[in-house]
Design a protein around this ligand. Structure first.
Ligand SMILES: NC(=[NH2+])NCCC[C@H](N)C(=O)O
Ligand SMILES: [Mn+2]
Ligand SMILES: [Mn+2]
Length: 299
């Protein structure tokens, strides 16, 4: 793995309606993220936080996409920030913030890869469009947007699109999909390991297959890890929890296998909401997973 890490916080909460997820980056820093990476031997540069427009100032009823203008502005800044970190030759590690930030992260990352792979570790597909979304919340749309499906202005962030191809995506941990998302998965043939496959095959086999799938013919792999992919008993501080999730242990194994495979070239950890959390448990869990992803070993 790249020995230099550039951290970028994204205190974004405009992609959904619950307050508090904007404090996710602070909570992960407070849980010891930087020290942890330095102890493993990385050179870490914290670039601070991307500026997010104030919710009250970007409220609009122009479309059914909530806070659209604010998400566009923040995603554009984020894309530029990520782009610069990669240009400097560093590994971009992005801290959320709600999952709508993946629109900006992928806009910054994908510019540097002809054929980017994406691992979407999540209870949800985040494959809605303004037509299929039950909520109008943009955090339920970033994967569709990155495929070039969705609002014109979101798709074009960074000045190009689509950012990823359907055959380069693997979703892990899915257990809550809307009807439109199911259709899109079928239509595009997107690879999904639901909780059923994780139970049946075990995480080890799932990751073995997922790694092989996503690294075939790709020139980089982005990990987008939504903490709600984990079980709410272990990661309670998320805005849209879904019962029956991936365990903390299984998630560690998944991160360790990604580290061993040496395929990950960028990552983001999203949806940590300290207001909904129990003594910073979810941020601590996220930081533990970052440790494993970057090769932390017991002995
Ligand atoms: N990133 C997330 N937590 N997404 C949750 C999305 C929930 C639901 N599918 C929606 O579109 O509103
Ligand atoms: Mn989710
Ligand atoms: Mn998500």
């Amino acid at each position: 793995m790249n020995k230099n890490i550039g951290i970028l916080g994204v205190p974004m909460d405009l992609g959904q309606m619950r307050r508090g997820v904007d404090m996710g980056p602070s909570a992960m820093r407070y849980a010891g993220l930087i020290e942890r990476l330095e102890n493993i031997g990385y050179d870490v540069e914290d670039h601070g936080d991307v500026e997010i427009p104030q919710r009250e100032k970007v409220a609009s009823t122009e479309t059914n996409l909530k806070n659209l203008q604010g998400v566009i502005e923040a995603s554009t800044l984020l894309a530029n920030g990520v782009d610069k970190i990669i240009e400097d030759g560093h590994f971009p590690l992005v801290l959320g913030g709600d999952h709508s930030i993946a629109i900006g992260t992928l806009a910054g990352v994908s510019k540097h890869y002809k054929n980017l792979g994406v691992i979407w570790y999540d209870a949800h597909g985040d494959l809605n469009t303004s037509d299929t979304s039950p909520s109008g919340n943009i955090h339920g749309m970033p994967l569709a947007v990155s495929l070039g499906i969705g609002h014109e202005k979101l798709k074009d962030i960074g000045g190009y699109g689509p950012k990823v191809k359907p055959e380069n995506i693997v979703i892990i941990g899915a257990r809550s999909l809307d009807e439109g998302e199911r259709e899109l998965i079928r239509e595009k043939g997107i690879k999904v390991y639901t909780m059923h496959e994780i139970d049946r095959m075990g995480m080890s086999k799932v990751m073995e297959e997922a790694i092989e799938y996503v690294s075939k013919d790709t020139d980089g792999v982005h990990l987008s890890l939504d903490l709600d992919g984990l079980d709410p008993a272990e990661a309670p501080g998320v805005g849209t929890p879904v019962l029956g999730g991936i365990s903390y242990r299984e998630s560690h194994l998944a991160m360790e296998m990604l580290e061993e495979a040496k395929i990950i070239t960028s990552a983001e950890f999203v949806e940590v909401n300290p207001i909904l959390d129990d003594k910073n448990k979810t941020a601590t869990c996220a930081v533990g997973l970052v440790g494993s992803l970057f090769g932390e070993k017991l002995i």
